[in-house]
Design a protein around this ligand. Structure first.
Ligand code: COA
Length: 147
């Protein structure tokens, strides 16, 4: 298994993986749009896991100068429980640490118990918070990334 930075030729495989792993993703999480937007900001913190020529996992991280965040941590169902998710998170943690990042935050849906178990296993703890957000993008804006 190799963990390496994303390259443009991975787009189709990453989008296919995300459609498989996140079938109920909200409509604003459009894979190609999210990938292309990430390539404009800290693209070197977007990682893929490969086994041979097959792309089997992803992790998209960022550092805002205070905290690190990670999104799209995903492993192909047939490659789970083989350490791929752990390897992706280890790489993210190493890279963020090198940048001076003191802490990594992430969000998981409360119903995703198995994902919560994964993060607990690798050292994360539940912090009682309410997650708030405000969307800036209008529905059609995201299409500009792929048109
Ligand atoms: C969560 C996920 C990334 C884990 O990837 P993975 O490659 O299977 O994880 P690992 O093999 O590194 O697992 C490490 C440890 O975490 C725990 N773990 C992993 N998956 C688990 C599960 N489904 N149930 C309980 N514990 C689990 C285990 O302790 C495991 O060690 P073990 O296999 O020796 O028992 C993967 O299941 C996934 O893609 N899930 C769906 C996507 C998702 O919702 N991502 C989170 C968005 S933030």
């Amino acid at each position: 298994m190799e963990i390496r930075p994303y390259s443009e030729s991975d787009e189709g495989a990453v989008a296919k993986l995300w459609h498989e792993v996140f079938p109920d993703a909200p409509s604003w999480n459009h894979p190609e749009t999210d990938i292309r937007r990430k390539l404009t900001v800290q693209r070197d913190l977007f990682f893929v896991a490969t086994i041979g020529s097959e792309l089997v996992g992803t992790a998209m991280a960022g550092y805002d100068g205070h905290r690190g965040w990670v999104y799209y941590v995903a492993v192909s169902p047939k490659h789970r429980r083989q350490g791929v998710g752990t390897a992706l998170m280890n790489r993210v943690e190493q890279e963020l640490t090198q940048l001076g990042c003191p802490k990594l935050n992430l969000q998981v849906r409360t119903s995703h118990n198995e994902v919560i178990e994964f993060y607990k296993k690798i050292g994360y703890t539940i912090e009682e918070r309410i997650s708030l957000g405000k969307r800036f993008e209008k529905k059609d804006d995201r299409l500009s990334w792929i048109s």
